[in-house]
Structures are given as structure tokens and as C-alpha cells.
Write a protein that binds this ligand. Sequence first.
Ligand code: UDP
Length: 236
Amino acid sequence: MAKARRILLKISGEGFAREGETGLDTERVKALAAQLRKLTEEKVQVACVIGGGNILRGKQSESLGINRATGDYMGMLATVINGLALSDALESNGVPTRVMSAIDVHKVCEPFIRRRALRHLDKGRVVVLVGGLGSPYFTTDTAAAQRAIELDCSTLLKATMVDGVYDKDPNVFEDAVHLPEITFQEVLEQRLRVMDQTAFTLCREHNLPIVVFDMNAPDGLLAAARGQKIGTVIQN
Ligand code: UDP
């Protein structure tokens, strides 16, 4: 794959917490910011969609006796907290940012407006996208796919805790095989789990390549954006 000019990076909530824990870990956030800084030094335009699973996921809310839609809004607000933390760490590293939200929290960040987001990207600011799509019953994976297409990003980089896609769960099966490249069709045929169905379908229909890579790999983000062999590339 060629080096990307503009990427969409999806960072799950787990990327903001200490491994296996919930909440916010400032060391993790600083490490993320340091990787992102290197990327901006290479003049790659970066939009990040931020998850919130380290704080709350809507699905959990029902077991807590909270209405699902309310839980989803709580999850969206969790992404705002993570996004503000990342923006703060980036700005401390000298990287200009703008946080843009799909839900209205105008005292803390800008509303998401496509043309404004494009302008920020052109000016070299890292655009931190929070609030998902602003509607319950969606995930931030779907927001990542939708925003990547809307903002004309060449690749969706999905930062995860594993180094790509396997033919079966590597945590369960010792003989699981890592797949460095795979097509959308093969993912469907082999029923592999990459992203939720809505997100996956959007990427497939709009021919948007996905790179799944380990966010803890040294310079993994750089390698993924440079189009070097890392993780798993999914494309048509
Ligand atoms: N969410 C939502 N609509 C969106 C995006 C997110 O309702 O467009 C809610 C949903 O409850 C989700 C939570 O926000 O569980 C946090 O997002 P997600 O689970 O995608 O975070 P991640 O798994 O990436 O940490």
C-alpha cells in the first residue's frame, strides 16, 4: 500500500486504559500522543475517532438497570472525556488539535462540521472526533468508517490490542494463523470478526481499506500509515 496522505485512526477506549483495566491512564494517552506526533511530522493528515469502552459501553447499561438509549448517550459522553485527554496530551507535545463532537457539548469542543474538519486537516491540525455519530445504537467503529469516507481519508487504521486478524481466535486456539492480507469478501466468507457489520459494510461498499494493527507495537502507527507491512490489510 502507498503512504497515506490523510488517515482516519480509530482508537478504542481500551487504548486509553491500563491493560485489562477501566478508566483513563495518562501514561497510555501520552504514549498515543507521542506516536501521533511522529505521524504529523511526516505531514500525514490525521483524524482520530475515539472510543469510550474504557469508561462505559451502552450494551453494559441494561445490566446496570439503565435504559439502553441513555446508556448509549453516556457512552458517547465517555468518548468526549477520552478525546479531551488525547487533545491535551497532543497539545502538550506541540501538536495543534481540534476536538469536534457529534453531540452538542459546545462549552468543551466544536461541533462536527465536515467542511470545518477538512480545513483543520489541511492546516495540519489533528482532528479528534468524539461523540460517535451522535445517535444511540451505533458504535464508534461505525463512526470511524463513516467519517473516514466523509473526510476522504485513504485508509482506516484500526488500532487494537492484537497484531491483526487471525483465521480463528488466537487467545483460544494455539494454531491460529495470522493473516497479513485479506479481502472484504474473504472476511465475510470466513466469518472473521474485524469490526461490527455496519462499519464493515460501509468500508466495503466505499472501497476503503482497513489496516488492523497492534497499537502497542513500537512505531506501529507510523508503519501502518506509511503503508509498510504491519498487522492485517483488508481491501477489495
Ligand atoms: N455510541 C453510540 N453511538 C455512536 C457511537 C458510540 O451510542 O455513534 C455509544 C455506545 O453505547 C458505545 C459507546 O458509545 O458502546 C462507546 O463507544 P464504543 O463502544 O464504540 O467504544 P470502543 O469499543 O471503541 O471503546
